[in-house]
Write a protein that binds this ligand. Structure first.
Ligand code: ADP
Length: 488
């Protein structure tokens, strides 16, 4: 999945931006993805290429063909693998609350199609950058079936994990669909507690592995964040690293953001943020109180995001302190109910929008003073980076990408002009409340320190250019390493 063609999560943001950033650095990058129904909604020209193939899938042979487009604003090619039976569906992986039953078959087909496309288009691929379980078979096919292939034999593979909780596990008989020998169905390679596991397959066979932050790369080497794959990851720790995702500054930059009533930058943020805060209060029906701290959350209303902590802290604060709360998100019904109830009970303090709205997300990032991310785990996280850019102090739990991007406002870090937010350790209501108290105290009583924290964050560079450079270096490292490894 890749923006603007198809998106269910942060993976799409990475795949939609990284190839063109690599192209800017002088690399030849191309993107291959399934021709999902959604790809046409982007309104970009998509053409057939006249390239067809027929691939083995268990005992069947299945036909597919390639379509062609470009990433917007670049000449970076996008190849779509078309098979309407597999990919022309209402959603990408699941529908009406259940995974598609043939997900394994769909992505065996896609993985084989990627390799067929590389050969038939004569792409001369040095390295396949595979993302998440949907592509986990590609490194295995390269190593097992194509080790001596004249075009694919030299290609290296990098497996990127965007969220280890999603592994692509299927019942053991789906092994037949892969066409690989049963000897690979063992606990050290493709098998996982009796099932076939496509992410594990990728982790085992790829030349290198990375994830979307250095801290998450460490955390997944042990339980519970290893999600059962900690053993494999520990074993491969010498080829495992982390790179923080960048943010797309064409759309997330308060200096040019058209969603905002008034644009602003790090040198001149006070008036802009004040105007955006007043607009947000008006839009959400909250009293126009410029000095009342406005605390926000945007994101999936899921356990991972620490919604239970947010709700508990809100209940306490609403009784005891002056603050306004803005929540934007969709997710589990019980959280919808909970926030709706709070908004009804305390309309002067709590405003909730249970929907997906990109425009509102921008307006909240600009209008809020404090942004909460008390995640249980967070592979990278984007909202804390948007918050830095928009001059909104993040209050985050010390996990995953949040550790790697936010510097806690200790007296020393403030003095050194390194502090950018407020960090807490324990996953508890007490710890979140304590961090929020610290933030609100600085906001209300130490305006110069607040300004320093805000400006330090706003001036940081979290652009994709920076991350793309790190990926280019990792590709080179992967190639060097693959060339020195004896192939199996
Ligand atoms: P994750 O990928 O785990 O959901 P991230 O912080 O990495 O979390 O990225 C989530 C992205 O989705 C952010 O860009 C965030 O602004 C956006 N987002 C999530 N929920 C909503 C919503 N209800 N409305 C608008 N944007 C949302």
């Amino acid at each position: 999945e890749a923006v603007p063609f198809a998106k269910t999560g942060g993976l799409a943001d990475v795949c939609g931006v990284l190839p063109s950033e690599l192209a800017k650095l002088g690399h030849e990058a191309a993107l291959i993805m399934p021709a999902y129904r959604q790809i046409h909604a982007a309104g970009l020209p998509i053409q057939p290429m006249g390239v067809e193939f027929e691939l083995p899938l268990g005992s069947k042979r299945v036909r597919g063909r390639l379509l062609h487009s470009h990433l917007p604003g670049s000449d970076c090619p996008v190849y779509f693998v078309q098979n309407d039976e597999y990919f022309d569906r209402p959603e990408l992986y699941r529908h009406a609350g259940a995974d598609y039953r043939d997900n394994c078959e769909r992505f065996v087909f896609f993985s084989r199609a990627v390799l067929a496309a590389a050969v038939q288009l004569d792409l001369g691929v040095d390295l396949f950058h595979c993302n998440d379980w949907q592509t986990g078979l590609i490194p295995a096919y390269l190593k097992i079936e194509h080790a001596t292939h004249p075009r694919l034999g030299q290609a290296a593979s990098l497996m990127t994990v965007h969220n280890l909780a999603y592994q692509g596990t299927f019942w053991n008989w789906d092994m037949l669909l892969t066409g690989l020998d049963w000897k690979y169905f063992n606990w050290q390679q493709m098998e996982f507690f009796g099932d076939l596991n496509l992410l594990k397959t990728g982790l085992v066979f790829a030349d290198r592995i990375n994830t979307v932050s250095p801290t998450y790369a460490q955390e997944i080497q042990s339980a519970p964040l290893g999600c059962g794959l900690e053993g494999v990851l520990q074993q491969r720790r010498h080829v495992l690293s982390g790179i923080i995702n960048g943010i797309d500054e064409a759309s997330w930059n308060p200096a040019i953001d058209r969603h905002l009533l008034m644009q602003y930058d790090a040198d001149n943020y006070a008036a802009g943020k004040a105007a955006c805060k007043a607009a947000l209060q008006a839009q959400f029906g909250l009293p126009a109180q410029p000095r009342t701290p406005l605390v926000a959350f945007i994101g999936r209303l899921a356990d991972q995001k620490g919604i239970d902590l947010i709700a508990a802290v809100m209940r306490q604060w609403i009784q005891q302190h002056d603050a306004q709360w803005v929540i934007l998100g969709t997710g589990e019904p019980r959280y919808h109910e909970l926030f709706e109830q709070l908004a009804q009970q305390y309309p002067a303090k709590v405003a909730v929008r249970l929907m997906f709205s990109d425009a509102l997300a921008h307006q909240i990032e600009a209008g809020a003073d404090i942004f909460l991310m008390p995640s249980r785990y967070e592979p990278c996280g984007l909202n804390q980076l948007y918050s830095l850019k928009y001059g909104t102090a993040p209050v985050v739990r010390a996990t995953g990408g949040l550790v790697d991007t936010i510097v806690n406002a200790t007296p020393q870090a403030i003095a050194d002009r390194r502090a950018t937010g407020f960090v807490f350790q324990d996953y508890s209501v007490v710890a979140l409340a304590e961090a929020l108290h610290r933030a609100v105290d600085v906001y209300l009583h130490h305006p110069q320190t607040w300004q320093r924290i805000i400006q330090t964050g706003m001036r940081q560079d979290w652009s994709w250019t920076h991350s793309a450079r790190q990926y280019a270096a990792l590709y080179q490292q992967t190639l060097d390493q693959a060339r020195h490894t004896v192939r199996v």
